[in-house]
Design a binder for this molecule. Structure first.
Ligand code: C2E
Ligand code: MG
Ligand code: MG
Ligand code: MG
Length: 280
């Protein structure tokens, strides 16, 4: 047995690594075809105010794979980011989101709603980023003031001056920027002040145990105070219970998102039911 192990030590790949490489290549090819063949779709999850009234949605990408069924973004966005496929996918998401906004604008019950779109840092780094946003809005006839763009702290790992410059032009159009998953990344407070952000989203990892973990409660309260000083809105993510909602409201939080208010569901008016609850 030890002899065999010695021989194996000179292999470049072990079989499991090779399988992972093949699997990734397959995923990449299928995703490219999926984008081409219309297998991507946008779900939306409501964002509500202090009276639990819907004031907007976050657009969440789904991939309806012909064999594997509905694939969540965690399973394909990382590959899309590594391969650059996130650029045409992100462009599709932006155009689709703008079409949704234009439809909402024609409906008095929804005309005031905002739609938040997740951007990957790589999209923002594209030289034609601002143009592509402008084109998507123009093509759909959507109001830029209803579009929110969600960024993550990972974009602060790259050229911050360039990031600020890329954010300023859309801000001029009335587009607002939110910092997603706040508290989990690399934010430095000095950058936070310099970026033209209007919103912080408290990551759901701090909301989950809010009622039982004093540290999480302290973090949530601190983020709310920080945002108030910087004159930013806060959305609490991952609110699953009335108790979490009440505590966050008492802390001064004004905007909420989570299963307690609504699960992600197709944004297309024709389409059907929300995502099933995961097994308990
Ligand atoms: P995110 O932007 O932080 O989106 C919120 C995620 O939390 C969504 O997962 C949503 O379904 C989930 N969520 C909402 N409320 C609750 C709750 O009460 N409890 C729990 N446990 N989860 C909740 P989803 O849709 O699987 O998306 C995962 C991530 O994928 C997103 O996190 C975002 O980073 C990324 N993503 C989604 N759509 C896009 C897109 O169009 N472009 C890019 N670049 N990334 C996207
Ligand atoms: Mg988000
Ligand atoms: Mg988030
Ligand atoms: Mg998240």
């Amino acid at each position: 047995h030890s002899k065999a192990a010695g021989r194996n030590a000179v292999q470049f790949f072990d079989p499991s690594m090779q399988a992972a490489v093949v699997q990734r290549a397959t995923l990449q090819r299928e995703l490219r075809h999926g984008l081409r063949d219309g297998e991507l779709l946008l779900f939306g999850q409501p964002i509500v105010d202090v009276r639990a009234q819907v004031c907007g949605h976050e657009a969440l990408l789904r991939w309806r794979h012909p064999v594997r069924g509905m694939v969540p973004p965690a399973e394909f966005i990382p590959v899309a980011e590594q391969t650059g496929l996130i650029l045409p996918i992100g462009q599709w998401v932006l155009r689709e989101a703008c079409r949704v906004l234009a439809r909402w604008a024609a409906d008095p019950a929804r005309a005031g709603w905002t739609l938040a779109v997740n951007l990957s840092a790589r999209q923002l780094r594209q030289p034609d980023f601002v143009d592509s946003v402008r084109q998507a809005l123009h093509a759909a006839g959507a109001d830029p003031r209803r579009l929110k763009l969600e960024l993550t702290e990972s974009l602060l790992l790259h050229d911050v001056e360039d990031t600020i410059a890329k954010m300023e032009a859309p801000t001029g159009l009335g587009i607002q920027f939110a910092l997603d998953d706040f508290g989990t990344g690399y934010s430095s407070l000095s950058y936070l002040k310099r970026l033209p952000l209007t919103q912080l989203k408290i990551d759901r990892s701090f909301v989950r145990d809010l009622l039982t973990d004093p540290n999480d409660a302290a973090i949530a309260r601190t983020i709310l105070q920080l945002a108030q000083s910087l004159e930013m809105e806060v959305v609490a993510e991952g609110v699953e219970t009335a108790g979490q909602y009440e505590v966050l409201r008492a802390m001064g939080c004004r905007l909420f998102q989570g299963y307690h208010f609504g699960r992600p569901a197709p944004l297309e008016p024709a389409a059907s039911s929300p995502e099933p609850a995961p097994p308990a």
